[in-house]
Ligand binder design. Sequence first.
Ligand code: SF4
Ligand code: SF4
Length: 756
Amino acid sequence: MEGKIGVYICTGYGIAEALDIDAMCKVVTDEFKISYCKTVESCEQPVIASINEDIKRDGLTKLLIAGVSPRRFSVDMFPDDVIIEIVAIREHVVWCQPPNEEDTQMLAEDYLRMYLAKIKKVELSEPFQLEEPINKDILVVGGGISGITAAKEAAKLGYEVRLVEKSSKLGGWLAKQHKSVPTKPPFHDLEDTGIDTLIKELEEDPKITVYTSAFTSSISGAPGLFDVTLKSINSKPSDEILDQFRVGSIIQATGWSPDDPRKDLPYGDLDDVIRNVELEEIVKSQGRITRPSDGKEVKSIAFIQCGGSSKKDHHSYCSSICCLTSLKQAKYLRDGNSDAKAYIFYEFLRTPGHYEDFYRNTQEDPGIFITRGEIAEITRGDDGMLTITAKNTMPGAQIQVKVDLVVLAAGMKPNAADGEAIRAYEDAKLKVTEGESETQRQRAAETVEELKQHENTEILNLEYRQGPDLPALQNGFPDSHFICFPYESRRTGIYPTGSVRQPMDGVGAREDATGAALKAIQCMEMTSRGEAVHPRAGDKSYPDFFLQRCTQCKRCTEECPFGVLNEDEKGTPQVWATRCRRCGVCMGACPERIVSFKDYSVDIISSMVKAVEVPEEYDEKPRILAFLCENDAFPAMDIVGQHRLKVNPFVRIIPVRCLGSMNVAWITDAISTGFDGVILIGCKYGDDYQCHFIKGSELADYRGENIREKLEQMQMENERVEMHQLQISEYERIPEIFEKFAELIEEIGMNPFKGM
Ligand code: SF4
Ligand code: SF4
């Protein structure tokens, strides 16, 4: 539906001084036969008000506004049922090109053509509405401080919560602690944990249902429609179901487990070398400190930070609480016996924020000796005492101390499973016997060996094609995008929180869990309005799969970064629309081109490509097409404009939702249209990735093989397509990338398809 289009060309912000506005209007009226073309002087409120009057009076259904960048312009000022396209004439043309030059004018006119071609094809996105009513209850998995806080905060806002805890008691690690580190000024005195009060409040809250000794034996569905089955933790697969219910979103607060450094250390077999968690248990149960080996009262302890682990095997992150715990436990010892001595050996002692005051206060105690030092040896003497030999200490020399007990500050490991690794492991197990060739069976056996540690590690038991749990990143934390939206996960509507997400103390866990409760609520509310959550928050489009033409190739199900698509027995994708983040990766994956959005499709982008006016070869004005990811590269281009950096005038930019949504057809269209080369710029990828859609830019790279094949079929040089990764702060690289590519094109020569 073309609709009634109104075009507005801004003459303010220096645009009219740099461009021939009449010529631009002619592109609209003469070339595109759209008679409704006006000029406006700004995008200030009176102008917006007059456009809104035009919409009402003249029945406009689509607006194209050529002026400031879409990132500087709020489309919320117009009615929801009007389609709006913004062309960044100011940032991408006027601010980065010399005024009143032929190439500058050609660039501005081409952008107008591209967006006019686009707006003709874009249709209004109707928000996705579920056929059944959306459920707005929340499931919290885990009953430690994070789970308790998330449940209470959500209940406070009026939401029903079901909390499932696998052990028989609530409270997690906090309930096992004797005291907490100080959380209030002057940060000197240990505090009660307060967990009993929190548990009581939770249990008395009429909006919260608690299940202990239970686990989620299956979770199917999607945001607004998660169907949960609970079983008793001690049950066999055939045992009775404890409960079944539906929730709208899920918070995973499964906490952490302590590392066990003893297994890798030469002194691991000494009975009186224990971990911080075990010391806590001793104090909590006995109110004093005794030795595990002989029950003797402990009068001296050596605390070894970072688990005393050799660096090679130790995880690379800081567990955030171990240093504080050792300081606290040293205080336990001293509070119980003023003659007792504590020695703390560290490589780094980390007490962030106000905890530094706690450290200073502890340091002032003459019975607590704190030094940098590397543990060389721990031996037991005939008297039963342990001798610690530490080298590279602060005094410089090697020192030895004799103690009753050694306590290792064991770090945190997230209680998370890696859903994708479990899925890969299960797939490989099948292939070991059912693989098509000996080589495939052999490879599968190697994968099984490599992923064996994931067997029976499921926690959530999601019925998702891409695995039963959230995918984990490096170090096993089920994070999503730690830079831009750390609260999200890669499964929409499921939010990890607390120390399963990253190491944190109790105070941090409470804040984190409050955030997770808000995210869980936000997801359900946005889902009920048919809107996407991060990073395309509020987007009402969603992918339409024309499944009659699906060949069951499974590429979309395998490549969707958010596990949106399950499959039926034949391999046809089953779309759970409310899981979708609208990245378009499935559109880029589908060889049949049967996936599209109302405002983003292979055809819409192809029309933009074909709308560019490509000069003849003898004009010696090459044309380069640049697909820029809308998350980093496209906004970086705005910054290029703001800094008035000069950009090659022969480049035409099209923003894409993600490089993973790129379809090879756009490249072939570009080459057939006469473009001399194509640049793709996406986010950085890798484990510490920046890609906002997790692996979109990586997929684009991996699919580069298809592009090369196409170019070969067209007898074109591979160099005509170049891919780059870029983060927004590297905006200065953009002019350089364009310039170097233009030089390369000059070397290779113009596209022979030009003018054909
Ligand atoms: S690939 Fe992206 S757009 Fe496609 S289904 Fe998955 S989340 Fe949605
Ligand atoms: S990528 Fe396309 S053809 Fe392949 S399974 Fe998905 S929808 Fe079907």
